[in-house]
Design a binder for this molecule. Structure first.
Ligand SMILES: C[S@@+](CC[C@H](N)C(=O)[O-])C[C@H]1O[C@@H](n2cnc3c(N)ncnc32)[C@H](O)[C@@H]1O
Ligand SMILES: [Zn+2]
Length: 277
């Protein structure tokens, strides 16, 4: 009879297969190839796997605005297929860049749904990194062959020139660090909210500031040779019972939920920017 492996065993195997990608967040040395009792670096720093199979590689504990309730709301909204067109577009983009097999890191992956869905469409090792333990814990609950770790995207536990694609969706960025871990022919794919992103939530709350990408784009252009830039704009129908989760999935609303008459659809307006350093 075939033995079914649990999440921790699967993580041990995945990290062992890809151990060359990683470096110790404390001393920057590589890790030993035996991952059976966690990751151990050449200076003997040790990081244990959690039961869900993720690793905590954060040098110091950090507080974030993102909590379990927010990540669970995001999971629920993802499960409605709200971001499926984005996942399809990003996977096509990666293939069009010439990668048949790519090492992809999602920097600021949250609860991990984007990466899990991408993994159904792409070949190659996938790693989700987020500073929020609540997000990564939920990500680890996905039953899929993706590596997950709690870490700061400004201090990635990865070696220089180890990664083909850094994905950075609706999350803060650190371009110096992304440049360090990307291979010379590697790409950054950054997803930004457009001015009409979640328009119905903004309309309903009334007092949210208008969003502008100008500062982020100027900074991106100063750092990256942009090879592709496009807008992805669509509407998705949303069942009334999902609306509370739409409000809870973003820190913009500061935990406020004012439903009134729920709108029949939600506007997704994103900008996808792709380039090399
Ligand atoms: C709006 S959420 C987007 C999450 C995910 N990409 C998604 O679209 O569902 C922003 C994420 O950035 C993460 N984040 C913020 N600062 C970070 C840092 N320094 N290192 C890693 N993750 C960070 C937050 O914890 C949060 O999960
Ligand atoms: Zn070390």
């Amino acid at each position: 009879m075939m033995k079914t492996i649990n999440k921790k065993e699967r993580a041990q195997r995945l990290f062992a297969e890809n151990i060359e990608l990683f470096r110790c967040p404390l001393c920057h040395q590589g890790f030993l190839p035996d991952t059976s009792s966690g990751l151990r670096c050449r200076n003997n720093h040790h990081f244990d796997f959690a039961r869900n199979g993720y690793l905590n590689l954060l040098a110091t504990r950090q507080n974030t605005d993102y909590d379990r309730e927010l990540f669970q709301a995001r999971r629920e909204v993802f499960e409605q297929g709200v971001y499926d067109p984005l996942v399809t577009r990003v996977s096509t983009l990666i293939r069009d860049l010439g990668f048949t097999q790519a090492t992809v890191v999602d920097a600021g992956c949250g609860e991990g749904s984007l990466l899990v869905r991408l993994g159904e469409l792409l070949d190659g090792p996938l790693l989700g990194v987020d500073i929020a333990r609540d997000g990564i814990r939920l990500a680890g609950a996905h039953n899929t062959p993706v590596m997950w770790c709690v870490a700061d995207l400004a201090q990635l536990p990865l070696r220089e020139s180890s990664v083909d694609v850094v994905l950075n969706m609706l999350s803060p960025a650190n371009y110096g660090e992304f440049r360090r871990v990307l291979k010379p022919q590697g790409y950054l794919i950054k997803v930004l909210p457009g001015t009409q992103y979640l328009q119905e939530v903004r309309t309903s709350l009334g007092d949210l500031p208008d969003y502008s990408n100008d500062g982020v784009l100027a900074n991106l252009e100063a750092n990256l040779l942009i090879t592709n830039r496009e807008r992805l704009h669509y509407h998705v129908p949303i069942a009334p019972e999902i609306w509370p989760s739409v409000f809870k999935m973003t820190p913009l609303t500061e935990h406020r939920v004012t439903l009134g008459e729920p709108a029949p659809e939600l506007t997704i307006d994103l900008e996808i920017v792709c380039g090399v350093f």
